[in-house]
Write a protein that binds this ligand. Structure first.
Ligand code: GUN
Ligand code: ZN
Length: 429
């Protein structure tokens, strides 16, 4: 058993639904961890009798929060970050497809996988839903790196049998075989999971989407991830390619890809009816503000999605996204809200980054908060990590104000330590 004494903050429910009672905050708190799980979390006063002979780490002045959940990120796009000047379809052609083609090389995939998972941990992300390249070996490299650190990584190889350069396409037969083998070898190993990953409707034939739906039906514990309604040209091209579908979401629904374990990235330009259908299906949306701003895709209607009852998590969407930091991503989410006349509440923001993300992945029984029995994925945050934070946060008028300033001013520099399943996997410096 290990004990940590610090301020502790986490969300126990969605603050949009349970007004005022969704979060727990202990200025002087205690977190007890045993065998990689949370044994207790609460006020030091109330709990310290339970410590027994366990060693106590005194982290007073720091803030413990749950590890962040990134519901949408691309592993083979680490080197695409900060590519100037294009919107989605041109950006894919010019920058992204060439970078992903390099993942045919196993050595490159392995080296990048190590960098990628270390960068996640350095930014406080302990769970992620990840796109691989089209190459099976790229996903294996990622799984191997995540497994060594016991991280909650769900990933899949991109399905793309058309509208991509030669060398970066698969076929219905090859992609089915690759998926079957990846599921058999990796799904459920440690904390890893497999996600059937049709890149987006434009890059998949009807036959490939149909096959993806079949694989999903045959493996009910596997996830599904794809892109939906991100960019206006993409939406117009999709409508031309699938004239029989009533809208973009229907392209996926017709092939059995819209279910409880499905996560759709972006959903920037979605009709009210599509939000309803996502909610009814129990599907989730990954909100990717830095990407949507960077590619000029648009402003995600977060309040609309929530009002319709759709589950939402945060996504960095690296490399169209410009940061690995979920904290920084929350700051950008706030600015997107401002452009829409919707000021994102700081408690809601932290919910989306933790328990909301966990619910989006159907993992709320395992991660997302510091409730007793959950896996001990947590962060130690340094609230004085920069001179500006050290000056601004002590002046905060409330917990809410403190958390808000943390999302606007904070990023990877704030993350002092990252624990995965009770083990320290990153320490700053
Ligand atoms: N749509 C299809 N592929 C991609 C991708 O790699 N990034 C983003 N942002 N959107 C996509
Ligand atoms: Zn994406």
């Amino acid at each position: 058993m290990q004990a940590y004494r610090a301020s502790i903050f986490h969300l126990e429910d969605d603050p949009a639904i349970t007004d005022g009672e969704a979060h727990a905050f202990h200025e002087d708190g205690l977190l007890l961890v045993e065998d990689g799980r949370i044994l207790a979390c609460g006020a030091w006063d109330k709990l310290h009798d339970e410590i027994g002979a366990a060693p106590v780490e005194d982290l007073r002045g720091k803030l413990i929060v749950p590890g962040f959940v990134d519901t949408h990120i691309h592993f083979p796009q680490v080197d695409v970050i900060a590519a100037h000047g294009e919107q989605l379809l041109d950006w894919l052609e010019r920058h992204t497809f060439p970078a992903e083609a390099a993942f045919a090389d196993q050595g490159h995939a392995e080296e990048t996988a190590e960098f990628f998972v270390e960068e996640l941990l350095r930014n406080g992300t302990t769970s992620a839903l990840v796109f691989g390249s089209v190459h099976k070996a790229s996903v294996e490299a990622l799984f191997a790196s995540a497994l060594r650190r016991d991280m909650r990584v769900i990933a899949g190889k991109s399905l793309m049998d058309r509208n991509a350069p030669p060398g970066l396409t698969d076929t219905v037969e090859s992609s089915r075989a690759d998926m079957e083998s990846l599921i058999a070898d990796w799904h459920g190993k440690g904390r890893l999971g497999y996600a059937v990953t049709p890149r987006f409707a434009i890059s998949c034939s009807d036959a490939q989407l149909e096959m993806a739906g079949q694989v999903l039906a045959e493996h009910p514990t596997v996830w599904m991830q794809t892109h939906l309604s991100e960019n206006l040209r993409e939406i117009a091209d999709t409508a031309r390619l699938f004239p029989e579908a009533r809208d973009y979401l229907d392209v996926y629904a017709r092939f059995g890809l819209v279910g409880k374990r499905s996560v759709f990235a972006h959903c920037v330009h979605l009709g009210a009816d599509a939000f309803d259908r996502l909610a009814q299906a129990g599907s989730a949306i990954a909100f990717c503000p830095t990407s949507n701003l960077f590619l000029g895709s648009g402003l995600f209607p977060l309040e609309t999605a929530c009002r319709h009852g759709v589950k939402v998590g945060m996504g960095t969407d690296v490399g169209a996204g410009t940061t690995f930091s979920i904290l920084h991503t929350l700051g950008e989410a706030y600015k997107v809200g401002q452009m829409r006349g919707e000021a994102l509440d700081p408690f809601q923001a932290f919910y989306l980054a933790t328990l909301g993300g966990a619910r989006a992945l159907g993992l709320e029984g395992e991660i997302g908060s510091l409730e007793r029995g959950k896996i001990a994925d947590f962060l130690v945050l340094d609230l004085a990590a920069t001179p500006l934070l050290a000056r601004r946060l002590p002046q905060a008028r409330s917990l809410e104000d403190r958390l808000f300033a943390l999302t606007i001013l904070g990023d990877d520099r704030v993350v002092e330590r990252t624990y995965v399943a009770g083990m320290e996997r990153y320490r700053r410096g």
